[in-house]
Design a protein around this ligand. Structure first.
Ligand code: SF4
Ligand code: SF4
Length: 361
């Protein structure tokens, strides 16, 4: 398999160590050694040595959620996310993607979202239509919220309305490219989609990005891939923290006892840990998971649930178990995807809230 020298070095250096074995959310959920970073490296190494074919490891390659917990914990500095994404790209180039991944890629290219959806729900369409006028500030909702979590997307709009912000929402918002990046890495198609999205953001002074997954793509991956946007890009959580601080957004403490689920894209990738806590502390009584901030544990996502739903359920259940272990009865998350995953498995009596849920009541 064609692979960069850097990735080859990481693959060959990684596979004999156990130091990140215990923090892999997928490995912990399935209990299978094959899901850990070192097992994945071993598989790629066998392909590089031509002992097995690339197609034989592709299911395993797509079992990684690219959360970067292993990267964060690896004291020797090896990067399993890098070589996993490079393997996905190479499989796409060699036409060796599993059918279930090809279908998602085709959806991204044909419909602009991985789910193949052609329309949003009517409530959200109406809410977006209220903000069709061009202003200086764009709220970027993202494909997961628009097509899979309509109520959350509508809530994000209503919170900014409550704060009196004059903002726009695009009825024909392009995909950020985050899904394609997850599926096939830094392929030409991914970069093209990102360039198209960057072009749509350029006419705005400020772009507020609702979904942490899109925020990571736009703030971290676009510069890495040479895609530029002139707009100032801020996460939704940072924007809310500023609105509360300035007094524009008036909120009431609900008195609910909660823990905050840091999305890894915000905490590990973008270094944003305190802004969401500023917001949630104004809305609820905040305590912490044992593993929080940069140490956070992935709680599931909508995209992977399309092809491994049972594992996503197990992942989300484990995170609820982590919350219960510190005596919490509710989790607040700022991630569209983690909200969907946690909500799908939470039992009666355990609360799953988005920040908008707490603000809007
Ligand atoms: S990524 Fe680092 S900690 Fe994890 S198995 Fe490889 S060498 Fe060990
Ligand atoms: S990136 Fe996350 S899911 Fe993938 S091997 Fe590392 S810890 Fe496991």
């Amino acid at each position: 398999m064609i692979m960069s020298e850097k990735s080859k070095q990481h693959v060959d250096s990684c596979r004999f160590c156990w130091m990140c074995h215990h923090i892999c959310p997928i490995g912990n959920a399935t209990g299978q050694e094959r899901n850990t970073a070192r097992a994945r490296a071993l598989g790629i190494s066998l392909v590089n040595r031509e002992a097995i074919d690339l197609s034989e490891i592709m299911d395993n390659i797509y079992e990684c959620c690219t959360c970067g917990a292993c990267v964060h914990d690896c004291i020797t500095g090896w990067d399993p996310v890098m070589f996993t994404k490079e393997t996905r790209l190479q499989a796409a180039l060699e036409d060796k993607l599993p059918d279930y991944i090809n279908k998602l890629v085709d959806n991204c290219l044909e419909t602009g979202n991985a789910y193949g959806k052609a329309a949003m729900c009517s409530d959200l369409t109406e809410a977006i239509a209220r903000h069709g006028k061009k202003t200086d500030t764009l709220l970027f909702l993202g494909s997961d919220a628009r097509y899979m979590m309509c109520k959350q997307a509508k809530g994000a709009i209503e919170v900014l309305e409550r704060a009196g912000v004059d903002f726009s929402v695009l009825s024909d918002e392009p995909d950020s490219g985050a899904a394609l990046d997850f599926l096939i890495g830094a392929a030409d198609e991914t970069k093209e989609q990102m360039k198209k999205c960057a072009g749509a953001l350029d006419g705005y002074k400020t772009v507020v990005v609702y979904d942490p997954n899109d925020a990571k793509a736009i703030k971290q991956l676009y510069p890495e891939y040479g895609v530029q946007t002139k707009a100032k890009v801020v996460t939704y959580t940072t924007y809310l923290a500023e609105l509360i601080k300035s007094g524009a957004l008036k909120v009431k403490n609900t008195g609910k006892a909660v823990v905050y689920q840091d999305p890894y894209q915000l905490s590990r990738d973008l270094g944003e840990t305190e802004e969401p806590r500023t917001v949630i502390s104004a809305l609820a009584e905040l305590s912490e998971f044992h593993l929080n901030r940069e140490e956070t544990v992935f709680a599931g996502n909508i995209l992977m649930a399309q092809y491994m739903p049972k594992v996503m359920e197990l992942v989300a259940k484990r995170r609820i178990f982590n919350a219960e272990a510190v005596g919490a009865k509710a989790i607040v998350t700022s991630s569209v995807s983690e909200y969907a995953s946690l909500k799908a498995v939470a039992e009666d009596g355990f609360g799953i809230y988005s920040i908008e849920d707490l603000i809007l009541g």
